[in-house]
Design a protein around this ligand. Sequence first.
Ligand SMILES: [Ca+2]
Ligand SMILES: [Ca+2]
Ligand SMILES: [Ca+2]
Length: 226
Amino acid sequence: MGLILCLALNSSADLIFTELMYNPKSTPDQDWEFVEVLNNGASGVSLMNWKLDDVANGGTSPATIIGTSFTLAAGGVVVLSSQTLSAFNTHWGTSLNTLNYIAMSSWPTLNNDGDSVRLIDNGDVVQRALAYSNTSPWPSIPTASSSDSSIMFKLDPGSATVSQNDDGANWVKSAVGDGISFASATSPFDIGSPGSVVPEPATAFAGIAALSILLWTCRKRVNQKY
Ligand SMILES: [Ca+2]
Ligand SMILES: [Ca+2]
Ligand SMILES: [Ca+2]
């Protein structure tokens, strides 16, 4: 029974990071940072007693225990931040969708010039580690106070691999108008898409193709009629 439970909790989880707000415009910087994680696997993953850290970095390596009962369903997305859910909701406003959210008791400050984020399970196994940078091939986000955007993984999360997730070229800076991102409700207006991931391109392309065929058929019928 114990073994089965361990396997259920600790078998390699297929998790990918889908968004990192490592350099928000709002201050203090680390208070408004967040990370978004997608369960890319076929079964739910319990995050009870997992940790989020930023590895050894500049002498600070806080390990934050996610001491809450939470199972991230297959295909589900969760946002982790140091804010209470209420404060996070107020900050991001009505554009925010219903959110899977975990308010962390402490937070591993995400360095603005690059860092590593790790998800460590309840058996101290690193289930996912991602090293990001603020320079090419990663989206350039300067360390100046003008920074305001998160970066998000731009490939179809449903079929993305971990190595694709690790490649900075597959990330893009969030921008209002990209179809998924929006500005926060409170000044100084951070930009991101907490809780939402990039739509599956295959679905979008299929939709566009279907619409094209429909329009072509309609036009043909109109032309035939007149
Ligand atoms: Ca930061
Ligand atoms: Ca750090
Ligand atoms: Ca997002």
